[in-house]
Ligand binder design. Structure first.
Ligand SMILES: [Fe+2]
Length: 382
């Protein structure tokens, strides 16, 4: 059976990578990019150096800085209106998953008829749209690598997952110097999101030899470096390693798929506006416990790359050790124990089940779940 591998045409990584963006636009003749970002990054002065560097090359950007966490259909439409009003010829996303996903949505509308809700699901985007550079400032959703755009449909209260290789950025940029100011809580949440990507990709139905090595190396790097990045945000080496770890986790899951951690985490994200990384981190060990009997060798290997000495353990014990290692890492970086810490109560969980079952990430899980099993796992995550 054939296997399809998709990723950005160009990735620019390492300290100082941002400085290369203006030349990439200039050499292609783009003069009017729409910068899609958020107000906090503008206030922190993250976007200004890019604007100034663009102007030095006679490139005039328009800045759309209204992006908020869990971007909505209305937000994408507002960005698209700004793009057309200013006759923008390209898009530069600056930020984490939310600005990049918003930019991907705007890009879809630049070449395909609206509304953006038409593109929920897999492979529905006929035309790629405007040239898009994704400058990632977190580690991370890996939105700068992937074909996914997660947009909240507030009318139907669902997180749409638009999955199409036409949504992959033309150029992705990972500059760890832009990640030095991320608060510890966000570093922990986004890092656990990246770990979830790697673990789900490694055990997913779609896992392949071409993605396994990336997934395992991502798990190894993130386990080793996330606690250091959380403990000292100014540690450039830790930021750089996390940027690489989350990037290769993105390469893995963009091609191998995800599973029930993401399918289930999207629901509290949409219904309660909770951070994506925290939702994943809470659910990760619980879903892994469910999956473990169906992929014991794989979980044993995960324990190995997470630094557990499995030399004297049988597969059963080694696979269980992976779950313990995940819990220990989560605790070490300060992830909340459960959804009840955010005021979630058991009576709202049944409404999440059907949506989780329909989530496009669910079919990638190594084993299917019944509605009752999904509900039981949500209860365990309270
Ligand atoms: Fe994620």
């Amino acid at each position: 059976m054939s296997f399809r591998l998709c990723f950005p045409k160009i990735n620019i990584s390492g300290p100082g990578a941002l400085a290369e963006v203006p030349a990439e636009l200039e050499m292609r003749g783009y003069k009017r990019p729409l910068i899609v970002t958020d107000a906090i990054l503008c206030e922190l002065g993250v976007v200004n150096p890019l604007i100034e560097a663009l102007k030095e090359r006679a490139i005039v950007p328009t800045v759309f800085s209204d992006v908020v966490p869990n971007p909505t259909v209305a937000l994408v439409e507002a960005g698209y209106r700004m793009l057309t009003a200013n006759r923008c010829d390209s898009i530069i996303c600056v930020g984490g998953g939310s600005p990049i996903d918003t930019g991907k949505g705007i890009r879809i509308l630049s070449a395909n008829p609206g509304p953006i809700t038409l593109y929920n699901g897999v492979g529905k985007v006929a035309k790629a749209g405007l040239f898009l550079i994704a400058v990632n400032t977190t580690a991370g959703t890996a939105a700068e690598v992937t074909s996914n755009a997660v947009i909240t449909d507030t009318v139907n209260k669902i997180k749409m997952v638009i999955i199409d290789s036409n949504s992959i950025p033309d150029i992705s940029v990972n500059d760890p110097e832009m990640m030095l100011g991320i608060p510890a809580g966000t570093t922990a949440a986004t890092g656990m999101d990246a770990l979830t990507h790697a673990i789900e990709a490694y055990v997913a139905k779609g896992a392949h030899v071409l993605t396994d090595h990336a997934a395992l190396e991502a798990i190894r790097i993130i386990t080793q470096w996330l606690p250091r990045a959380v403990a000292d945000g100014s540690n450039l080496e830790a930021r750089e390693m996390m940027a690489y770890g989350q990037f290769i986790a993105g390469l893995a899951f963009n091609n191998a798929g995800l599973g029930y951690v993401h399918a289930m985490a999207h629901q509290p994200g949409a219904m309660r506006d909770l951070p994506h990384g925290v939702c994943n981190a809470i659910l990760l060990p619980i879903v892994c416990e469910f999956n473990r009997p169906h992929a014991k060798e794989r979980y044993a290997r995960i324990a190995d790359v997470m630094g557990v000495d499995i030399a004297n353990l049988d597969v059963e014990a080694a696979s269980r050790a992976a779950i313990n290692a995940i819990r220990a890492l989560s605790k070490q970086v300060g992830i909340p124990k459960g959804f009840s810490e955010f005021g979630v109560t058991a009576d709202e969980l049944p409404t999440w089940v059907e949506k989780a079952q329909k989530d496009p990430c669910a079919p990638g899980n190594p084993v299917a779940m019944t509605d009752e099993q999904v509900l039981a796992l949500y209860k365990a995550a309270l």
